[in-house]
Design a protein around this ligand. Sequence first.
Ligand SMILES: *Cc1c(COP(=O)(O)O)cnc(C)c1O
Length: 340
Amino acid sequence: MAELVDLSSDTQTRPTTAMRAAIAAADVGDEQQRKDPTVTALCERVADLLGHEAAVFLPSGVMCNLVAIATHTSPGALVLVDRWAHIARAEGGGSALASGVQLETVDGDRGVFGPEAVSAAHAEPSNYWPQLGLVALEQTHNFGGGSVWPLDTFEGVVAAAHAVDVPVHVDGARLMNAVVASGVAADRWGGAVDSVWIDFTKGLGAPLGAVLAGPAAFIEEAWRFKHRFGGAMRQAGMMAAGCLHALDHHVDRLADDHANLARLRAGLVDLGLDPTPAATNILFVDPRPVGREPHELQQALLARGVRVSVATGRVRLLTHLDVDADGIERALAAFATELA
Ligand SMILES: *Cc1c(COP(=O)(O)O)cnc(C)c1O
């Protein structure tokens, strides 16, 4: 049987031969003592990319969010997020556990909300009202279907938060997808906010790693939480080498993933489905209007060599560097047979 077309997640990529070679050749040291030259090089590069003074290497994106929230807030603070933010829905309530914060959720439009949400969440200093301690945006928005914040809305929310002295954090797991799709540079998005991170294990295709960037004093404080949360590592340059390789070779090609997703969406529309817009590399589609249950369709597609996931009650499809245009056609053929 032909190889599986895995559209279940962009985390399913495996390191390419060239990335493995870069990993094998990495110069390493003790990361925990800040003596790993490859990690240092990666952090400097990502800080620069994202328009910040400094950055810190962490094992996962979830830990970037945990460390950033811990660094920005104190217990009891409100953290304003979209209702479907990864922080609110997919991190096991970790921010409450690690930082004792409360999430104030807002009903965004595919993850995007306006400055009025900040005003609504902000309260005058008082012993009664919990105080807004952080606004956290997600770019692109995962459960929003890879949606990209429009720049003016993004800047409007940041300005509203800063006007009331509240910092802004960006969960930029897929920020580079937004950069490629919007043509707005990474340092324009990142430099406007108080902390921002990118994940190397999504479309960038590395096996491990995420980098959190911000002002030097913020990153110094973030290091305390990195250590406390068990995210200080040893010869992590092996993994940082994969990330550096991804920056060199896997950013521009995100455009291919977006083109593949647009083709996938068009094919699904031809089959009578109504998927979310093709913003970047994530699509959600509810198959119930054409008489199929999401989990049942998922199993049927798997039997035809196409893996999809089910999230928020819908079928979820992602494109990434291990799925080419031919894989998209094979996936559409499987959908066509199932929906015939
Ligand atoms: C995947 C993801 C995370 C978590 O990243 P991990 O590297 O899997 O820990 C956080 N936020 C968003 C939006 C994500 O898609």
